[in-house]
Design a protein around this ligand. Structure first.
Ligand code: SF4
Length: 73
């Protein structure tokens, strides 16, 4: 298990904003899922280094701006 550190990219997703487009799941299926209503579910908020590209792509692709990839400080 990876211990989150200050260098870990963190994900958040606003389900109030999500429109269920599913782009996040296409970009990073290990990090996102959709519930029965199609709304985003974040599977891993602390992103492993090897998945950071997918996390950033999901934030870029999300049409509603619901996904945010918080860069390490
Ligand atoms: S891409 Fe954005 S709008 Fe689509 S399911 Fe994911 S969070 Fe929701």
């Amino acid at each position: 298990m990876v211990t989150p550190t200050d260098s870990t990219l963190r994900l958040s997703a606003d389900r109030e904003v999500c429109v269920g487009a599913g782009q996040c799941v296409r970009a990073a299926p290990d990090l996102f899922d959709q519930d029965d209503d199609g709304l985003v579910v974040v599977l891993r908020a602390d992103v492993p280094t090897e998945a950071s590209t997918g996390a950033r792509t999901a934030a870029d692709w999300c049409p509603s701006g619901a996904v945010t990839a918080h860069e390490p400080s």
